[in-house]
Design a protein around this ligand. Structure first.
Ligand SMILES: [Zn+2]
Length: 345
């Protein structure tokens, strides 16, 4: 049952426990109900408040479902050998895992961008972004990054301004420095900069997880993957909260990296320093984002903790309540083998 119309964003924020009450919200101080009452409250305002209280009580009792929230997962084009950069299979797996989250709608766009047929050809479908609460891109990045083609930076800036959450996974955290890098700074506070960041294959041990909604139910884990590190952050890492952190050994720092092989002096010279492989970001306007640098190897989504921290992050940027134990999901071997891109072996 849905009694609250789509777009009732403040209600969902209340459910998430963040940004519960801005100025002017009942009980928030000078702008609260009592003050309003003294100023000459109208019948309509009193009725609205009573309806809100009743709905709030019903929601607390679990009788009313939150307003629907919608997430758009954009999967990149086929890339790399089988089992690697399986963006479409990954996104469809996430869609399945998120299927039981109350009030959440998940859509998946394949081949790097939502499209529609116009006449006898396929064209970009910007309408697919209307009404979404979060967009996640899991795709090849660099100069071909889906979000920086044509006028799409302006589109994402508009989405961000509307409060839409933005998330980027694996190669999708890399864009060229300059304007695209600055766009990533606006959206998620950091990005992979070519020859400043590195992409070794290694197995970080995520032993200590910070207290954050995104880590709910996530236990320490380690997966061997192409975990990028040394992102280019916004000055002062403003708004950035590290989520997956580990310390690379000197051997990892010396490379080889996947491309170019390295080593880079500035990476080797930071021996002993902990590095961030996943982060979340809060923009000044309250919008949210995340970056997740793993995800090269599709089979690693079988790890329940790697999966959970990613799924939790999708909910978080969409401002959907994250369950106490995080997003629970079961993934079978058949699930993992489903939807793989047809590739030459
Ligand atoms: Zn990769």
């Amino acid at each position: 049952m849905r009694l609250i119309p789509p777009g009732a964003r403040d209600t969902s924020r209340m459910l998430d426990g963040s940004n519960v009450c801005g100025q002017g919200c009942p009980g928030s101080g000078a702008g609260g109900l009592r003050e309003e009452g003294r100023r000459g409250e109208t019948w309509g305002m009193r009725s609205l408040w009573r309806v809100s209280v009743v709905l709030g009580v019903l929601m607390t009792m679990g009788w009313v479902q939150a307003a629907d929230r919608t997430v758009l997962l954009v999967a990149g084009r086929p890339s790399h050998p089988p089992g690697m950069h399986e963006f479409r299979a990954g996104m469809l797996l996430f869609e399945k895992c998120l299927g039981q989250v109350p009030g959440l709608k998940v859509r998946v766009a394949s081949n790097g961008w939502p499209t529609r047929v116009e006449g006898d050809k396929r064209v970009d479908d910007e309408a697919a972004f209307e009404g979404v609460d979060a967009v996640v891109i899991y795709a090849d990045g660099g100069g071909g990054h889906p979000a920086i083609q044509g006028n799409r930076v302006a589109l994402f800036d508009r989405l961000a301004k509307q409060g839409v959450g933005l998330g980027f996974a694996h190669y999708g955290v890399e864009v060229p420095k300059g304007d695209p890098g600055e766009a990533m700074h606006r959206w998620v506070g950091g990005y992979y900069e070519h020859q400043f960041s590195v992409n070794p294959m290694w197995k970080p041990e995520f032993v200590t997880l910070p207290g954050h909604p995104v880590t709910r139910g996530v236990k320490p884990f380690a997966t061997h993957d192409e975990w990028y590190f040394n992102m280019r952050w916004v000055p002062g890492e403003k708004g950035v909260t590290p989520i997956l952190v580990a310390t690379p050994t000197d051997k990892v720092r010396k490379g080889p990296y996947v491309h170019p092989a390295g080593p880079y002096d500035h990476i080797v010279g930071s021996s002993g320093r902990s590095e961030t492989m996943m982060w979340v970001h809060e923009r000044d306007d309250g919008g949210r984002g995340f970056g997740f640098t793993g995800g090269h190897t599709h089979g690693n989504w079988s790890d329940p903790n790697q999966r959970k921290v990613l799924l939790n992050a999708v909910l978080w940027i969409a401002k959907v309540n994250i369950p106490t134990n995080g997003v629970e999901s079961d993934v079978s071997d058949a699930d993992l083998a489903a939807n793989l891109d047809p590739k030459k072996r």
